[in-house]
Every structure is written in structure tokens, then in C-alpha cells.
Design a protein around this ligand. Structure first.
Ligand code: TRP
Length: 342
């Protein structure tokens, strides 16, 4: 039973509540894993965690129905494979819990046009997809606020790209609370103690991103071992031929960061270990370490994705539980606004 229920019956100090979500984009990269997912897994022991596959957010760009359906299931299975444990955390698919879309509508009416217009992600994405600047792309942050506020989350682990959205969620919560009295917990960003920022293997001044056209610039968690090795062998380095952290050595810095994240060794230990060795040896070693880190995840993924009954059971339970918790908040907000109770 997730902690949440147990805690409700206890008077002992309550664990803080964390909410986070990831879009089912089709490819979860090593960057997503080392920068976010792996931290989520660790957080499960110290917090009441609520995780979701944000499939409502995903239709702000056009999705092929068959591929989309598969991507949602794959994302759910992969997160389980990474170590999201439904016995410890609430873990569901966003579209299965109707309160999200409902609260998002309400919050839209407490979110200003001007605020949404200032979101840098909206500006970027509306430039990139000039042919489909839909209203969902614009109001995306109010849906994100709904996700978070429905569960009265205290903390939200987010990367730099989502910080502005979280800030807006806080403003919406404060505004609503200001009008109607305390309704929502105002969430704080959760800053991970050690969050690896994984950069592109081809242009290490940029963050690793699966939207990069050059497939050699990113590694997917589900890439085959041969593919992973090939991508690391092709990684951009520098001409100094010394494995150490330094200025102008963004490629090597990134590889050291990845090596450190997967082995737990410090940059100094890695430098000492590769003293006198060439970049070829180092790149192979990083590739091998990453392959070993991902191997058990890939094995678990294969098992889960071939066990539809298990997946269904998990996401149904997750949604049922999430609905119960989130409905309380939605009811409370609706009552405050003045809606007639059913
Ligand atoms: N918008 C986030 C992203 O694209 C995903 C997301 C949806 C999310 N709802 C959230 C993240 C709530 C944190 C909290 O990465």
C-alpha cells in the first residue's frame, strides 16, 4: 500500500509529497534517465511520491494514434523498469484521471493571457511549429499546474526547462488561495543534490535531446548495446588527449560526468584511472559502463511490455488511487468557487 494511505491513519510526522510527470515522447534518453528518472526512483524512500505519464500534455503536437498508444504504454513500462515502484508510489497515466482536465479548465480562468504569453517554452514551440500553434500549447502550463495542485504537492523536481512553468503554478495557487482562502499547497521546486546534466554527444554545449536530428547525439535508454557503444565511440572530444575536466573540453567533461553518474566515481578518480590512456579507451569504458547500467532496465522493460495484464493492473490501480486523492482537491476548489454540490 503506498505510504499515502498509511500516513492518513497515523499522527506521526508526515512525509513531504512530491509530484512529477514525463511526456510519452517515444524515446526516453540517457539524459532523462540520469537527470530525472533515476532521482525519482531514489526519492521514493523519503517522500510520498506521485508520478504520471503526461499523455494529455503530449497532444499539443500532432500524434499518430497507433504510435501514440504504444508510446504511452512503453513510457509506463519503462518507468516501472527504471524502478518506479507502485508499492511505494502512486503511478498513473494522466488521461485516466479525469480530474486533471477538469481542474485545468478551472485554473485557466485564474491564469492570465499575459502570463501564458511570457512562457519561453510557448514562444519557442510556437516558432518551431508555426503551422499548429493551438490553444493547448498556450494553456499547457495551467494543465501542469492542475497536475501538481490536485495532489497538494510540496515539492516538484523539475529541470531548467520546466522551472518557469512551476513558477507559474505557484502564482496560480497563490492567486486562488488569495481569493478563496487556503485551497492549494504552493509547491516548491525540488533541487536534486546530484543531478547529472547530460549533454549532446555531438555538440556538448547543448543538452542531450531526442529532438536533435543527429541520432548520434543522444543515447536512448532502450538503445541496443551495439548502438550505445557506437554512439559513445563517435562522441566529440578535443585534441588534448587527456581525460580530465577542463575548459574547452566540453565533450570530455560530459563523458566524465556520465561515467561518474553511472559508476559513482568522482571526476578525480576517473582522471587517475585513465592517466596515460587515450580517448579511444576512455570512450569504450564509458560505453561499457552505460551498457551495464541500462542492461537490467532493458531486461525488465522486455518483461513488462510483454505482460500486458500486469501493466493494466498497475495503471488501473494507480488511476483509481489518484482519482480518489485528486477528487478531494477538485471538490474543494469547486465548492470555494461556488459550484452547486452534486
Ligand atoms: N511538462 C513536463 C515536461 O514536458 C511534464 C509534466 C507534466 C510535468 N505535468 C507535470 C512535470 C507536472 C512536473 C510537474 O517535461
Amino acid at each position: 500500500m503506498p505510504e499515502e494511505i498509511k500516513n492518513n491513519t497515523q499522527t506521526t510526522e508526515k512525509k513531504k509529497r512530491i509530484f512529477s510527470a514525463i511526456q510519452p515522447s517515444g524515446t526516453i534518453t540517457l539524459g532523462n534517465y540520469l537527470g530525472a528518472l533515476r532521482n525519482w526512483v531514489k526519492l521514493q524512500d523519503d517522500y510520498n511520491c506521485i508520478f504520471a505519464v503526461a499523455d494529455l500534455h503530449a497532444i499539443t503536437v500532432r500524434q499518430d494514434p497507433k504510435v501514440f498508444k504504444q508510446n504511452i504504454l512503453n513510457a509506463y513500462a519503462l518507468l516501472l523498469a527504471c524502478g518506479i515502484d507502485p508499492e511505494k508510489s502512486m503511478f498513473f497515466i494522466q488521461s485516466h484521471v479525469h480530474t486533471h482536465a477538469e481542474l485545468a479548465w478551472l485554473l485557466n480562468c485564474y491564469t492570465q493571457f499575459g502570463e501564458l504569453s511570457r512562457m519561453t517554452q510557448f514562444k519557442d514551440k510556437s516558432q518551431k511549429h508555426a503551422d499548429n500553434v493551438n490553444a493547448g500549447l498556450f494553456t499547457y502550463p495551467s494543465l501542469m499546474a492542475a497536475d501538481i495542485l490536485l495532489y497538494q504537492a510540496d515539492l516538484v523536481p523539475v529541470g531548467a526547462d520546466q522551472k518557469q512553468h512551476l513558477e507559474l503554478s505557484r502564482n496560480i495557487a497563490e492567486r486562488f488561495n488569495g481569493i478563496y482562502g487556503k485551497t492549494f499547497t504552493v509547491p516548491d521546486p525540488y533541487i536534486a543534490e546530484v543531478g547529472a546534466r547530460v549533454m549532446s554527444l555531438q555538440d556538448p554545449t547543448r543538452k542531450m535531446s531526442k529532438s536533435d536530428e543527429n541520432v548520434n547525439s543522444w543515447v536512448a535508454v532502450l538503445d541496443k548495446p551495439e548502438t550505445i557503444m557506437k554512439k559513445f565511440k563517435r562522441a566529440v572530444t578535443d585534441s588534448e588527449a587527456r581525460v580530465c575536466v577542463g575548459e574547452g573540453k566540453e565533450g570530455i567533461n560530459n563523458l566524465i560526468g556520465i561515467m561518474s553518474a553511472v559508476t559513482g566515481k568522482t571526476a578525480d578518480q576517473i582522471t587517475a584511472e585513465f592517466e596515460g590512456k587515450g580517448y579511444g579507451d576512455f570512450k569504450t569504458a564509458v560505453g561499457e559502463a552505460v551498457i551495464e547500467e541500462l542492461r537490467p532496465i532493458q531486461e525488465r522493460f522486455d518483461r513488462y511490455i510483454n505482460d500486458k495484464a500486469y501493466l493494466e493492473e498497475q495503471y488501473r490501480k494507480g488511476a483509481e488511487f489518484a482519482l480518489k486523492i485528486s477528487q478531494r482537491t477538485l471538490d474543494k476548489a469547486m465548492k470555494k468557487i461556488g459550484y452547486l454540490p452534486k
